[in-house]
Design a protein around this ligand. Structure first.
Ligand SMILES: *Cc1c(COP(=O)(O)O)cnc(C)c1O
Length: 364
């Protein structure tokens, strides 16, 4: 097998090596079925076991309750930006959104197509350098259906380190695309969670959607195609049409890898340790500048800069030549970004730390 370089891509991102090795075999012939995992019917026992196990593992990891359904849908996290308000806001309802990054802003724009959207907090004027303090957004407007927030802001490199409180009668909705299953979380506090698989738990193709079944009767499904009705997707167990079978298989294997390696507590320790090492280097000298406020720093996407766009470009180029790939910041914010999702190896973080120190020594 050809060697792999150190990959800091923001998404699709790194996957666990043992899972990739097994997937190579299972693509050829899955278990003792004699049929590759991408070649079997989604209606047969072979795939049934895979999707059932994927749902069970996610429910167990997030301590979901019996009222919460786990779905695997198409169209990326971005489809949820409109599918959620299409179901729950049409007919003159309102929702509250916290604007903490480019993805929040896209979600807000789509929600406005269907209902009234209140945005009581935005860090946009400061280049999205932080998330709010708990409760900083104040009282929620009368009649709010749900409070939506982006748990990790992939582009700006900020993250909520707490779960917002909501008053009785309002439910919590969150885009967890880029920190899904990266830390212990009581999933039963949520009405709605969604996450595109390709940042932290699998290849592109699937969006994990967790919806509270008791909310479904409140959805306005008048004129909605069946594919876009959550109630239908729950009833059909994500199989109204052909689901993204290979991506779901990979999610099952990645969640098995998480459970076999100590679950969310263990992965959190590893994620914190890796993030601390990178932020430690950034904080230890004036050469590096972190791009997000310390209390809001993401453990998944570390954004930093030398403060000089040309020097940042030199860093990206030399890092790439040294086998460290994917370190260029998002074009909307510039700078540098190291994505250190669950599967990021300590060896890759070691190599990046060494490279940063050497770069500072030679360019500082
Ligand atoms: C990448 C990302 C998205 C978009 O995901 P797609 O699956 O490409 O639609 C949405 N939200 C967040 C937080 C992301 O990181």
């Amino acid at each position: 097998m050809k060697t792999r370089i150190h990959n800091f891509s923001a998404g699709p991102g790194v996957l666990p090596e043992p899972v990739l090795e097994q997937a190579c075999q299972d693509l050829w012939s899955h278990g003792d079925h004699g049929i590759g995992i991408a070649e079997c019917s989604h209606r047969g026992k072979q795939f049934d076991e895979v999707i059932a196990a994927a749902k069970e593992r996610i429910a167990r990891l997030l301590t979901l309750d019996d009222d919460q359904a786990v779905l695997f849908l198409h169209g990326g996290a971005r489809t949820q930006f409109y599918q959620l308000p299409m179901n729950f806001l049409r007919g003159g309802r309102r929702a509250t959104y916290l604007d903490t990054g480019a993805w929040s802003a896209y979600a807000i724009a789509d929600a406005k197509i269907y209902g009234t959207v209140d945005v009581p907090f935005s860090s946009k004027a400061n280049r999205y350098d932080r998330v709010p303090e708990p409760g900083e957004w104040g009282e929620l407007p009368e009649g709010t259906t749900y409070l939506h927030y982006t748990a990790n802001n992939t582009i700006a490199g900020t993250e909520f380190h707490y779960v917002p409180e909501v008053p009785d009668g309002v439910w919590l909705a969150s885009d967890m695309s880029s920190n899904f299953l990266s830390r212990p979380l009581d999933g039963s506090r949520f009405g709605f969670i969604y996450a595109g698989a390709q940042k932290n738990i699998g290849p592109a193709g699937t969006t994990v959607v967790i919806v509270r079944k008791s909310l479904l009767p409140r959805a306005n499904v008048d004129g909605l195609p069946k594919m876009l009705q959550y109630a239908v997707q729950v009833e059909k167990d994500s199989m109204l049409n052909t689901p993204t079978t290979f991506s779901i298989y990979m999610i099952e294997r990645v969640t098995a890898w998480l459970e076999e390696n100590g679950g969310l507590e263990a992965i959190e320790r590893r994620n914190v340790a890796q993030a601390d090492r990178l932020y430690g280097i950034i904080d230890a000298s004036d050469f590096w500048k972190g791009m997000s406020k310390p209390g809001s720093r993401s453990r998944m996407n570390v954004t930093f800069t030398t403060g000089d766009a040309d020097l940042d470009a030199t860093f990206v180029k030399q890092a790439s030549a040294a086998g460290l790939s994917g370190l260029k910041g998002h074009r909307s914010v510039g700078g540098l970004r190291a994505s250190i999702y669950n599967a990021q190896t300590d060896a890759a973080v070691d190599a990046l730390c060494d490279f940063m120190r050497e770069f500072e020594r030679t360019h500082g």
